[in-house]
Design a protein around this ligand. Structure first.
Ligand code: SF4
Length: 507
């Protein structure tokens, strides 16, 4: 079998710092979307394109896919959106029965073509490709343990692919023997710590893996026309004409080949502890996604209903901050009886504009992105529902715009507890000193934002609103209790739980 890669050498895109972080936004960012399909006779490259397009919100920095026809495994990837990287001609040229795909938002490593995924490795004449959503917390230890010099691996996925390639059993000619990819993964996976949902493939197998905590989602579906699909979120299954079979379980390796799907559990049972990122439900996942069997839009609406019970206020209009604050605003309005209306229009074509990292420039960025509907707002007492306030710069600028547009009162309601600790499990968050809730009390935040009142949904109400009893969640960015140890090098104290000191905890 032969493998090869196409694609241009990477370049920095406007609006992206060299480390890959956006400058003009104030929301936590997801790390990646993954997709995989095994469907002989189907246009797998086209299905992968469609699946990645449905997962574009999970990463806009680079996109790529690997396609196998059983003989040749071809990887195409480049910087940019799915539609920048692939056109009809590229997709049409990729023939095969098996493919994986990836959209990337970087959390580790620089924003270059080298870090685009899937990554590809060869062992003798065998090749495999891998796409990763998440963030490993023991990268340094793994690299050192494998005798790699610092800086020799470009990213977590590069490191994992290298470890897997080295774990292949080979004969004296360097050719892979035995179970190849499956056996190598079984050796390497238990060594990994942190968050990882992988899609992996060789010439004939599609493999999905979820870490023992299941931080990042990964769902498994069946194509109505025949074949199997893996995807970060269920809307990607809907888009390609597949129905959901189930979520890949935390700690499960799902192997799909010509004989169908088969489940393997490579992690020790004591490590299995479901901790789905609760922020997937609050903000990150699409509203039409199903997580823990619940539609995300409904969960967000219930968060708003609970917020109305928990923090009522007398007002004339409830509005949501587009887009992800809107379902919670609908819930707040429904429960409170205060009319719901649109107060802000979002420019959907904002794209990648360069903004210098100053508060003034961020405020200008907000004006580019959001514009008030003056007739709806003028003379009104507003309840504004948002899903998260991270640095506070966006919310502050937005409140200023609403007041300029004639709002007489602005009451901010946030559908999650204060975001006070950084994430180490695949979400791109600012450092702790940039997280407003790590430095200020709720009253100080209210004063800084210039709102008449401020309330955050409690963690208890957030979990109750999701309505998946018995399901485990990670809530470390709100509680400081980290399910997987955060090494000192990443910002932890090396002892695992509660790695960062609480300064103020909001209500
Ligand atoms: S720390 Fe927060 S953002 Fe990160 S995985 Fe946990 S809940 Fe999600």
């Amino acid at each position: 079998m032969t493998g090869h890669r196409w694609g241009a050498v990477g370049h920095h895109l406007d609006g992206w710092r060299p480390d890959g972080h956006r400058l003009d936004d104030d929301s936590p960012k997801d790390a990646c979307g993954v997709f995989g399909v095994l469907a002989p006779g189907a246009p797998v490259a086209q299905l992968t394109f469609d699946g990645l397009y449905a997962l574009q919100h999970r990463g806009q920095e680079s996109a790529g896919m690997a396609v196998s026809d059983g003989d040749t495994l071809t990887v195409v990837k480049d910087m940019g959106l799915v539609t920048n990287v692939f056109d009809e001609r590229t997709v049409g040229a990729l023939q095969g029965h098996l493919a994986i795909g990836h959209t990337r938002y970087s959390t580790t490593g620089s924003s270059t073509w080298r870090n685009a995924q899937p990554v590809y490795r060869e062992v003798g004449t065998t090749g495999f490709a891998l796409g990763h959503n998440g963030n490993l917390t023991n990268t340094e230890a793994l690299a050192a343990g494998a005798g790699m010099l610092p800086g020799t691996v470009a990213s977590d996925s590069d490191l994992v692919a290298e470890l897997v390639a080295r774990a292949f059993a080979t004969d004296s000619q360097g050719q892979a023997v035995g179970d190849g990819l499956e056996a190598a993964l079984t050796k390497v996976l238990p060594l990994l710590a942190g968050a990882f949902s992988f899609v992996v493939m060789d010439s004939g197998r599609l493999i999905g893996v979820r870490d023992p905590n299941g931080f990042r989602p990964l769902c498994f579906g069946k194509l109505d026309a025949g074949g199997w699909v893996l995807a970060s979120e269920t809307p990607a299954l809907d888009t390609v004409g597949a129905h959901v079979v189930r979520e890949v379980e935390p700690g499960e390796m799902l192997i799909i080949d010509a004989d169908g799907p088969r489940s393997v559990h490579p992690f020790p049972p004591e490590r299995i502890d479901p901790k789905l990122c609760i922020f997937e439900l609050v903000y990150l996942a699409r509203p039409d996604s199903q997580l823990y069997g619940k539609e995300v839009h409904g969960a967000r609406r219930r968060m708003g209903e609970r917020l109305a019970d928990q923090a009522p206020v007398v007002a004339d209009l409830v509005m949501g901050v587009p887009d992800s604050g809107i379902p919670a605003a609908e819930g707040y309005a429904r429960r409170s009886g205060i009319p719901y209306g649109q107060g802000l229009v979002k420019n959907r074509y904002i794209g990648r504009t360069f903004i210098a990292p100053t508060p003034e420039a961020r405020a200008r960025g907000v004006r580019r992105k959001l514009n008030p509907l003056k007739e709806n707002i003028s003379g009104k007492r507003l309840v504004v529902v948002d899903d998260t306030v991270v640095r506070g710069t966006t919310a502050r600028a937005m409140v200023g715009m609403l007041r300029e547009a004639g709002a007489t009162e602005v009451h901010l309601r946030v559908s999650a507890p204060p975001f006070a600790w950084p994430c180490y499990y695949g979400i791109d968050t600012p450092s702790r000193d940039e997280l407003m809730a790590a430095r200020l009390s709720v009253e100080e935040i209210r004063d800084y934002l210039g709102v008449d009142s401020l309330a955050y949904l409690t963690l208890e109400n957030l979990v109750a609103a999701i309505g998946a009893p018995g399901s485990g969640f990670c809530d470390a960015c709100m509680t400081g209790v980290y399910p997987v140890e955060v090494p000192v090098a990443l910002g932890g104290d090396g002892n695992g739980a509660r790695v960062l000191e609480v300064v103020h905890q909001g209500g």
